[in-house]
Every structure is written in structure tokens, then in C-alpha cells.
Design a protein around this ligand. Structure first.
Ligand code: ATP
Ligand code: MG
Length: 471
């Protein structure tokens, strides 16, 4: 990738700013980490091997933007990215779903990203092939067998002089009709015409019976794929409309045009060098307190131990090949309400050298979160009501009040961060949303005033019992 096409740290922060308010420290750290991936790939080869990513641990109360930062980063990174919840590894059985699955998911993601991209590249070519198939189904081409003249077929003129002209004019006629129909197809005039096409059924899926635990997931699915591809591909004739045929055939034709082996190789390379794994809820596998290790604690520690080799760098077998995890960037996040980062086993703490604390959100932040982000709640509701031709506006004072109320409920009842804005907002707009369009028909302009906010919400905030349930 060219330097110019890869975002600089400041640009990354600016992009994140469009969606996330505040949390500057966290944004800076992830921006540096992301840019470092690019820097490393441009360092001399022998140095590349030495440079390991500085994994990040994000710490912050619930609802302050940890997951949101990761989500936006994934889009920006333009790299294979997976997000897993650490807690899910403790759910099944004693140690849970095997931890290596996150690397397999990453490989899977890398492959599907690349495949999609390649398919996009060959789309025009595939569309052309599809058009040909549809045309052949509508007006089959006449193939003039070489050396066979029309007279020998019995429908030429008795004289030999036109024997040359006849087949070519048949063919010409056929060609002309085909071209006319080609144009009709392009103009969309034949979308509903039914044609018969061959559709391949894909690889028949092969079930493998085996005692669970005898094979890991990678071996299992690899084996299934292999057996599947050994069986002959089935194809089936189907009568469908031209429009449907186009949909069905496009993917098939595109698949024929791309080189899966090349994609697999490139995908593994990308996963290894620019892959990012976001481990959310890491605090849920920290062992609270010290000393006594009860059942769940043992399981949690087990997960941490399983995580170690992956974060440190090991080879994981995936169905696309071996993925080395040495240079994958890991970002872990947790609220650490009950446990502390120091409750993680020491080895794991060491694997996340960069600690970023996310700030608790203030009244002021809430105000900006309501207003500024590209996906701000106010904008979402405006877009919803715009579909009914109802114009919704929020007075600035009203937003300040809403922010104030959200902050108050957070401090009085429970701090759930920016998520509080969702509950407050839905409470505020609930009735309006119900009344459109029956009571408030299309064309209405609704302005949310501070008085309205006061009226709908203030009483509830005062009444603690009520706000516990409603807001
Ligand atoms: N700083 C922020 N700027 C804009 N929106 C935010 C911010 N923080 C949180 N939000 C919004 O609040 C919601 C919850 O945020 P998020 O999922 O990031 O919380 P979290 O920090 O991961 O919390 P948890 O610890 O509970 O997982 C999201 O819808 C997000 O859009
Ligand atoms: Mg989260």
C-alpha cells in the first residue's frame, strides 16, 4: 500500500472523531498502533521479523466507547479484523470454545474480504459471461459445421451457386437476432422471460461423524471441504426468469474467474501482517479477588492461559493454512469494575504493554454525543421520521437538558455511560413516534423544546423508583 493511501495517525484520529466524542488518549494509541503496522511492513525484511506489535488494553467503565472505537477502527483499518468476547470461551464446558478459533475466524474473514474484492474486480467480465449464457438460452447460436454445405443438408437451392450464401445467411440471420436480443436483455425488456439454465449445486456437503474432541474444528472443516470437492459437482436444470438467472449465474461465473489458491495465500499473509483481533470483555476472565480458586475461577484462568501463546505468537492451523500470530495486533478491552488488570495472570498482563484508560463521560460529552457524531441519535430519529415526511428538530437548549438528565440518572441510579442517552431519548420521543402518522400526519414539523423535555422527563428523574425502571 502506498503511504499516501494509508491514513496517518492524525487522520485516523480525525476519522474516529466523526463517530466518537472524547477519549483522545485511546484514539491516539490505536492510531499509532494502526500506523505502526504499515511502518513495519516497509522496514527492512530482517527488521520486520523483530518488530512486534504493542498490544493495547483499553480500560473504562461501561458505555464509554470501547467497543465503538474498535468497531470504527475495523472499518478504517482496511485489514482483517475480528472481535471476540473473552467471556464466551468460558461458557461452553470447562474451558469453553477453543481459543484458537479467533485466529481461524480471522483467516476466514481475510479470505472472504479478498474474495469479495476480487469478485468486484471481475464483475464486468462475469456479467458479460452471464449475458452470453442467457442469450444462448434464449436464441441458441447456429454453428455452421465446417465443410457441410446447405445443399447436402437438403434445403439449399438446386443450383450450386447459392450453396455458399445460404448457410451464411442462416447464420447471419441468427447472429442478427441474437444481437437484437442482446440489446433487449441490456435494456431490461426480457427480465420476466423464462429460460432454462444449468445451475451447479456447489459441493455436496459431507457429514463426518466422529467423537467430539477427536478432531479440532480446523481439521474437521478441512476434511469436509476436501471430501466435498472430491465428489463430482452436481448441476441441475432450472427454469427461471432472466432476472433470476442473472442473479444465480453471476456469482458462479465470478467464482470461475478468480484464483482461490492465490486468494488463500494472500489472505493468510494479510491476516498475519495486518490482522487485528479485538478481545472484548477481557475483565470477565480475570479472577476476582485472590487466593481461593473456585470452579469459575479455574475456568477463567484456563482461558487466560490458552490466550497466552496466541497473543505471544504461535502457529495456528486453519483450513486455509497455518497462521502465525506473531504480528497480529491484539486490542483487549474491559470495564474492570470488579476485577483489576492486575487480576489477570502476570504473563498475560505483560502481553498488553499499552494501557489506556477511557474517561467517564460528562454532561458536556453527552450533549456532543447527542449532536455531533455522524450517527448521532438525534440524526437517527430525524431520519426515521423523515420517511414519514415529518420534520423533527431539536432545540439546542433541549439537548443540553437531555444531557443533563442523562448525567443525573447515571449518577443517581447506575452509570451506564452513553447508553443512557438511548433510554432517555426513547422515553422522550415515545409518544411522538406512536402518534405519527395518525395524529401527526405527513407535513408536520416537530420541534423538541426544553419545556417538552422538562415535561416528559423531569418528573421521572425526581422519582427515583420510577427512573430505576424507566430511564
Ligand atoms: N465517546 C462516545 N462517543 C459517541 N458515542 C459513544 C461514546 N461512548 C459510547 N457511545 C455510544 O454508546 C453506546 C455504547 O458504547 P460501547 O459499546 O462502545 O460501550 P463499551 O465501552 O464497549 O461498554 P461495555 O463495557 O459495556 O462493553 C454505543 O451505541 C456508542 O455509540
Ligand atoms: Mg463493549
Amino acid at each position: 500500500m502506498l503511504a499516501s493511501s494509508f491514513l496517518t495517525p492524525a487522520q485516523i484520529v480525525a476519522e474516529l472523531d466523526k463517530y466518537i466524542i472524547g477519549q483522545h488518549e485511546a484514539k491516539r494509541h490505536v492510531a499509532i498502533a494502526l500506523r505502526n503496522r504499515w511502518r513495519r511492513l516497509h522496514a527492512p525484511a530482517e527488521m520486520q521479523k523483530e518488530i512486534v506489535p504493542n498490544n493495547i488494553l483499553m480500560i473504562g467503565a461501561t458505555g464509554v466507547g470501547k467497543t465503538e472505537i474498535a468497531r470504527r477502527l475495523a472499518i478504517l483499518a482496511d485489514a482483517p479484523f475480528v472481535k471476540v468476547e473473552a467471556s464466551k470461551f468460558t461458557e461452553v464446558g470447562y474451558v469453553g470454545r477453543d481459543v484458537e478459533s479467533m485466529v481461524r475466524d480471522l483467516a476466514e474473514q481475510a479470505v472472504s474480504r479478498l474474495r469479495q474484492r476480487r469478485q468486484e474486480e471481475v464483475k464486468a467480465q462475469a456479467a458479460q459471461a452471464v449475458e452470453d449464457i442467457i442469450l444462448d438460452a434464449l436464441i441458441p447460436p447456429i454453428k455452421a459445421p465446417a465443410g457441410v454445405s446447405s445443399s447436402s443438408l437438403g434445403f439449399g437451392s438446386p443450383e450450386g451457386n447459392s450453396a455458399e450464401a445460404m448457410p451464411s445467411s442462416d447464420q447471419e440471420l441468427n447472429e442478427r437476432t441474437r444481437e437484437r436480443f442482446r440489446q433487449k436483455i441490456r435494456d431490461g425488456e426480457l427480465e420476466d422471460r423464462r429460460i432454462e439454465i444449468n445451475i451447479s449445486q456447489g459441493n455436496p456437503s459431507v457429514g463426518i461423524m466422529g467423537a467430539p474432541g477427536m478432531m479440532d474444528e480446523a481439521t474437521m472443516s478441512g476434511l469436509q471441504d476436501m471430501l466435498g470437492s472430491m465428489l463430482p459437482k452436481k448441476s441441475r436444470k432450472r427454469k427461471v426468469s432472466v432476472a433470476e438467472a442473472r442473479k444465480l449465474l453471476l456469482e458462479e461465473e465470478a467464482a470461475k474467474l478468480i484464483d482461490m489458491d492465490e486468494i488463500k495465500e494472500e489472505a493468510i499473509r494479510q491476516a498475519e501482517n495486518s490482522g487485528i483481533i479485538f478481545i472484548d470483555e477481557i475483565d470477565k476472565v480475570a479472577t476476582s479477588g485472590s487466593g481461593k480458586s473456585s470452579g469459575p475461577d479455574v475456568s477463567r484462568q484456563g482461558v487466560q492461559r490458552d490466550l497466552l501463546p496466541i497473543v505471544e505468537g504461535s502457529a495456528v492451523n486453519t483450513k486455509y493454512g497455518i497462521v502465525n500470530t506473531d504480528h497480529i495486533l491484539f486490542i483487549a478491552a474491559g470495564a474492570f469494575h470488579v476485577s483489576k488488570p492486575s487480576d489477570l495472570i502476570p504473563e498475560l498482563q505483560g502481553r498488553f504493554p499499552i494501557r489506556v484508560e477511557l474517561q467517564s463521560l460528562t454532561k458536556d460529552d453527552f450533549y456532543r454525543i447527542l449532536k455531533d457524531p455522524k450517527n448521532a441519535l438525534t440524526k437517527q430519529y430525524q431520519a426515521l421520521l423523515a420517511t414519514e415526511d415529518v420534520a423533527l428538530t431539536f432545540e439546542d437548549e433541549a439537548l443540553l437538558k437531555l444531557a443533563d438528565i442523562a448525567a443525573e440518572v447515571n449518577s443517581e441510579v447506575e452509570n451506564i455511560g452513553a447508553r443512557r442517552l438511548h433510554t432517555v431519548m426513547s422515553r422522550l420521543l415515545n409518544e411522538l413516534l406512536f402518534d405519527v402518522p395518525d395524529q401527526l400526519p405527513a407535513g408536520t414539523a416537530l420541534a423538541i423544546t426544553p419545556q417538552l423535555v422538562e415535561e416528559r422527563l423531569r418528573g421521572m428523574v425526581k422519582n427515583r423508583d420510577m427512573s430505576q425502571y424507566i430511564l
